[in-house]
Write a protein that binds this ligand. Structure first.
Ligand SMILES: Nc1ncnc2c1ncn2[C@@H]1O[C@H](COP(=O)(O)OP(=O)(O)OP(=O)(O)O)[C@@H](O)[C@H]1O
Ligand SMILES: [Mg+2]
Length: 183
């Protein structure tokens, strides 16, 4: 409602992106408070929801996703930064990776992989788009947010040329999980 009263296009756009970031946060909070154990958070479930939501909201049904998600449970305090990071990376792929073809469509594929080898938690967000080689270089708010969240999580993050496309690889320490369900 508020955005309709804003005349300046750039301001309207930045309000819209801010709303998308808040949306991602509220998805995390909804999932946390719906779960039986509010101190643990299943990131794989969240990622599945988030990608579906983002793709649906973009209205670009030609863009497909490939999800390879191990069930990974992290502590509630890590849930928000992890979720925000995944949100930024998937949004970037949707926004920047796929060039429009002459018929107006933008086919492409976004992949998310999550795995948990020995005490680590790895996330890969990839796309088969144009790649980042010609990215302007001046990191905008999104990139700064991603890097600062990575620092907060003690995570290593790397952008790789996936030829075609981009693969962002995140690796962070994750405390060992207790086995068994809390009911
Ligand atoms: N998956 C991708 N494929 C191609 N280019 C990308 C990709 N992700 C990022 N980029 C490039 O990196 C730049 C910086 O990304 P960043 O997220 O910081 O900014 P943004 O998405 O343009 O704006 P915002 O601050 O709202 O996130 C983008 O403008 C784009 O040129
Ligand atoms: Mg961005």
């Amino acid at each position: 409602m508020q955005s309709r009263t804003i005349k300046d296009a750039a301001t309207r756009k930045s309000l819209a992106t801010m709303l998308e970031r808040i949306e991602a946060l509220s998805t995390v909070h909804r999932r946390l408070y719906q779960s039986k154990d509010v101190s643990r958070f299943d990131v794989a479930d969240f990622a599945r929801d988030l990608v579906t939501d983002l793709l649906t909201a973009s209205g670009r049904s030609e863009i497909k996703s490939t999800l390879d998600l191990e069930p990974i449970v992290i502590s509630a305090e890590k849930a928000t930064p992890v979720a925000l990071m995944v949100n930024e990376l998937v949004t970037n792929a949707l926004k920047h990776a796929f060039k429009e073809k002459p018929d107006g469509t933008t086919a492409g594929r976004i992949g998310i992989k999550m795995s948990q080898p020995d005490g680590h938690f790895n996330i890969e967000v990839s796309d088969d788009g144009v790649g980042m080689a010609d990215a302007s270089g001046d990191a905008s708010f999104g990139m700064r947010l991603i890097k600062s969240l990575a620092r907060q999580l003690h995570a290593d993050i790397e952008w790789r040329d996936a030829g075609p496309g981009t693969k962002v690889v995140i690796s962070m320490p994750n405390e060992p999980q207790q086995k068994g369900n809390v009911s």
